[in-house]
Design a protein. Structure first.
Length: 71
């Protein structure tokens, strides 16, 4: 059975709803969106800092804050 999570990239103002299978982890979402984990400075799962191995559940809100470079 597919479940729904909400994903937001902090640089964007829009949420994306993604369907996923039970047992999917944050790192699987990164792969699906084609983001390299090193390009993400912070991952928030339901308002709490999380790592890429956290397992997702139906209704979760996941926010990625990209790394910012500059000189």
């Amino acid at each position: 059975m597919n479940q729904i999570i909400k994903v937001k990239i902090a640089a964007s103002r829009q949420w994306k709803e993604l369907e996923f299978k039970a047992g999917m982890r944050v790192k699987d979402v990164l792969e699906t969106l084609r983001y390299h984990p090193a390009s993400i400075a912070l991952t928030s799962l339901n308002g709490t800092q999380s790592d890429e191995n956290a397992e997702l559940k139906d209704g979760d809100e996941l926010i990625f804050v990209p790394s910012i470079g500059g000189g």
